[in-house]
Design a protein around this ligand. Structure first.
Ligand SMILES: NC(=O)c1ccc[n+]([C@@H]2O[C@H](COP(=O)([O-])OP(=O)(O)OC[C@H]3O[C@@H](n4cnc5c(N)ncnc54)[C@H](OP(=O)(O)O)[C@@H]3O)[C@@H](O)[C@H]2O)c1
Length: 263
């Protein structure tokens, strides 16, 4: 049997109602593939499902808030009993940061960001691991961000949430490889989506979501430990972590941004 990352038959994607998640669903949609799509907005989720069905995929959808661990687990378990999950992509997330009037993010918003991006990701990954462990086979991808590689003054909680899931997934990769389960971290730069549309400021090397989805799909099919793009921005961000903090902060000041609130 080929490894699970070669041609996953059944794929779960969280946050499939918008942006990168919707583009990933479309990128994977083809005859013979079953897509299990999660989101909250039924209308947008159904629009993604319709596009995927047009491409020949079998599609099921459900509305779940990933902050609810029991609901998320129930959904994944239910789908797994119908067709074993080969690939689970924990993509759903929210952004927050300095508001357009310069007000720093409030603590409540910071906690909400951590709750969706960190707890919500764990709520997705944990049941996936439990299910895949039983058959010693599967792949789990976590959508992080280049903003995880260096704490950004424009979005401290977002940076922290993405750093936490990146490090967690790196550890899981080593822990689960002997059990036949692959774990991958995806670290995008700026990708055109409703989330990035709420960001005001420089967005160097902004990619469209379909291109980002193709890069993610390619990396996952190779079981790459880290899928970071665009490469020049990834290299630049990595270099920032090697510089004295004062210099890195001066450089980052010219890339500062604000984040408008929205759903
Ligand atoms: N766009 C970028 O520049 C960029 C860069 C780096 C990383 N990322 C990461 O890529 C992922 C996708 O971002 P995007 O740009 O595609 O954003 P987006 O267009 O705002 O989509 C976010 C998705 O997450 C879902 N979601 C949010 N909160 C949820 C919750 N509590 N429960 C269930 N689903 C929830 C949304 O569902 P509903 O709309 O149905 O509520 C939506 O489908 C995120 O993890 C983001 O942090 C994005």
């Amino acid at each position: 049997m080929p490894p699970p990352w070669k041609n996953p038959g059944t794929i779960v994607i969280t946050g499939a109602s918008s942006g990168i998640g919707a583009a990933l669903a479309r990128a994977y949609a083809c005859p013979g593939r079953r897509l299990c799509l999660l989101g909250r907005n039924a209308r947008r989720l159904e629009a993604t499902a319709a596009a995927c069905r047009e491409n020949g995929a079998e599609v099921v959808t459900d509305q779940v808030d990933i902050r609810n661990a029991a609901d998320t687990r129930d959904r994944l378990q239910g789908w797994d009993t119908i067709a074993p999950l080969d690939l689970v992509i924990a993509n759903a997330g929210v952004s927050s940061g300095v508001l357009p009037d310069g007000t720093p993010e409030d603590w409540q918003t910071a906690r909400m960001t951590l709750s969706v991006n960190l707890d919500g990701t764990l709520n997705t990954v944990e049941p996936a691991v439990d299910l895949m462990r039983k058959r010693g086979r599967g792949q789990i991808a976590v959508i992080g961000s280049l903003a995880a590689w260096r704490g950004l003054a424009s979005c401290p909680a977002y940076s922290a949430s993405k750093a936490a899931i990146e490090i967690y997934a790196q550890g899981l990769r080593g822990m689960l490889a002997p059990e036949g389960i692959a774990v991958n971290v995806v670290s995008p730069g700026y990708v055109h989506s409703p989330m990035s549309a709420r960001v005001d400021g420089p967005k160097p090397m902004l990619l469209n979501a379909d291109r980002a989805a193709r890069l993610i799909r390619k990396g996952l099919s190779r079981n790459a430990a880290s899928i970071a793009f665009p490469l020049p921005l990834a290299i630049g961000t990595r270099l920032l972590t090697l510089m004295p903090s004062g210099l890195a902060e001066r450089i980052l000041a010219s890339f500062a941004f604000t984040v408008r609130t929205g759903s």
